[in-house]
Design a protein around this ligand. Structure first.
Ligand code: ADP
Ligand code: MG
Length: 241
């Protein structure tokens, strides 16, 4: 196998809010078609890391590149058009808009806008439950359905890389399983590259190829997921074993 190309690279990024530094010299990389998990406790800086990648928080130092292009200072709203999509924590759907309206909002880049009807159809096939619920207000969806809707909305922009911020939080074990199965389907069958941010370390290390551990804003570990999940220290600190 030829080594796959690097898709996303975060090099020595420091970021924070006001006087508070939250990320310290953080580095990690993602190759094409990989599922890479970023795991860590609540408050470790996982969401801040994703916000910095998409330009909602400014990196104070370091460099972020996506498909070989420097995006460190690129405007957040341009990234979906570049092929980089974020599924925010909790999904952030518009509760009073229908499922279909929420999905269409995901296709605002000029390119995806022209193909949004076909794309919507594809989403209804990929997520049949959203097809059944398409005219329902998003606020009426169950937690699992809401997460699926948020993923589908991100996919509407036809990304090559999607980053999911704690998609399993607040879901029943069955729904957690479904969400992770969907993540695997997107990578293995649809050829997407995935960054999976999770506090659910056990499950995240099962579906991912590689993982990084974020601790108080520092990337303290990184490697093959299979190795990390057999690591005694990781098991004790994050997996309750
Ligand atoms: N908008 C914000 N303003 C100030 N501090 C914030 C903001 N968002 C997060 N923080 C702080 O940054 C730290 C990391 O938070 P966050 O990135 O949300 O961590 P995680 O996603 O790993 O739970 C926490 O101490 C949190 O209180
Ligand atoms: Mg978070």
């Amino acid at each position: 196998m030829t080594p796959s190309a690097e898709m996303l690279s975060v090099e020595n990024v420091t970021a924070g809010y006001g006087d508070a530094t939250v990320l310290f010299d953080a580095s990690f990389s993602v190759r094409e078609r990989e599922i890479v998990a970023i795991v860590g406790a609540n408050g470790a800086g996982k969401t801040t890391l994703l916000s910095t990648i998409v330009g909602l928080v400014q990196a104070r130092t370091g460099r972020i590149s996506f498909r070989g292009r420097d995006i460190t200072r690129r405007a957040a709203h341009l990234l979906p058009g570049d092929g980089l999509a974020l599924v925010p924590e909790g999904g952030r759907l518009f509760p009073f808009m229908t499922v279909e309206e929420n999905l269409l909002l995901g296709a605002y880049s000029p390119d995806s806008r022209t193909k949004r009807k076909e794309r919507l159809q594809e989403m209804m096939e990929l997520f049949p439950i959203l097809g059944e619920r398409r005219a329902l207000a998003a606020g009426k969806l169950s937690g699992g359905e809401r997460q699926m809707c948020a993923i589908a909305r991100a996919l509407m922009s036809h990304p090559v890389l999607i980053m999911l911020d704690e998609p399993s939080v607040g879901l029943s074990p069955l729904m957690v399983e479904r969400v992770f199965t969907m993540v695997e389907t997107l990578a293995r069958e649809k050829g997407l590259t995935i960054v999976l941010v999770e506090q659910n370390v056990t499950e995240a290390l099962e579906v991912s190829d590689r993982a990084y551990v974020l601790d108080h804003g520092h990337v303290v570990r990184g490697g093959e997921a299979a190795i990390l999940r057999n690591d005694r220290e990781i098991q004790e600190t994050y997996m309750g074993l």
